[in-house]
Design a binder for this molecule. Structure first.
Ligand SMILES: [Zn+2]
Length: 255
């Protein structure tokens, strides 16, 4: 059953705050979390130390990573090692990222999932290397910048203490699932153009407005000298995937 109250007794005997939090939030997910990518009512915890994957679906094998915190920063989420993340992106093996905020009395307050195929390199920020006195001196981590992920890729399961119906969550996921079929080498372009189109702020827009994202795209893809044709190409890809409609005369609408 999808209850929002977690069970703190599963952490009895654990000392450090981070271990307690991990034990309780993972205990909750094991009991309550469902798969967004199929009809499975549960996900299975992976054995300890599985690289970046905390849960998987026994039916469709979707992989999940859970990051839980009492603080809620929708802007920036610390994640794994930078190099490992970039490798995972290029090999299309990033797990679905679950971000949870919980309350002081261990209830799920917010929970959103970024589907694995919605990450692009522009959403991964390289952190400064750890200092010489750190246990892992020189190690370079990364942050996920959630503002660099288009809204469609941030699906809410719990919003401010209210659970969203699972059917609605799965419908949101199904709608964006076609993105997963795009070649991982060019998918980042599609995601970045989608995000830039959202940034315009109106549902209807024209090509000139879409071109305003040119500088930002040039900074993400410095090797590409043909940004405008690329924007037009990606608008077509987004049309074919059902994200935008072509209205004619260089006008478009976000669907
Ligand atoms: Zn599944």
């Amino acid at each position: 059953m999808f209850t929002l109250q977690m069970n703190p007794t599963v952490a009895e005997g654990y000392k450090s705050n981070s271990q307690v939090a991990r034990r309780i939030t993972e205990g909750w997910a094991t009991e309550s979390l469902y798969c967004i990518s199929c009809k499975s009512e549960r996900v299975i915890p992976t054995p300890n130390n599985s690289a970046a994957i905390d849960f998987y679906c026994g039916i469709c094998s979707a992989a999940y990573q859970l990051k839980a915190s009492k603080r809620w920063d929708e802007r920036r989420v610390p994640d794994a090692g930078y190099e490992a993340m970039v490798r995972a992106l290029h090999s299309d093996s990033v797990p679905n990222l679950l971000l949870m905020q919980y309350t002081d009395d261990w209830a799920v307050k917010n929970l959103l999932v970024v589907p694995s195929f919605f990450f692009s390199i522009s959403a991964v920020e390289r952190r400064p290397p750890l200092g010489p006195n750190a246990r892992r001196a020189g190690w370079i981590g990364c942050n996920i910048i959630l503002s660099k992920i288009a809204d469609e890729g941030k699906i809410r399961l719990v919003s401010d203490g209210n659970a969203v119906a699972a059917e609605s969550v799965r419908a949101d996921y199904d709608r964006i699932r076609p993105i997963a079929r795009l070649d991982v080498k060019t998918r980042g372009w599609t995601l970045d153009v989608l995000r830039i189109v959202h940034k315009i702020g109106t549902r209807e827009f024209d090509l000139t407005t879409a071109y305003k994202g040119e500088n930002e795209l040039a900074s993400i893809y410095p090797a590409n000298k043909n940004i405008r044709p690329k924007i037009r190409q990606q608008l077509q890809v987004l049309r074919d995937l059902g994200f935008i409609a072509f209205l004619g005369n260089g006008r478009y609408r976000l669907l």
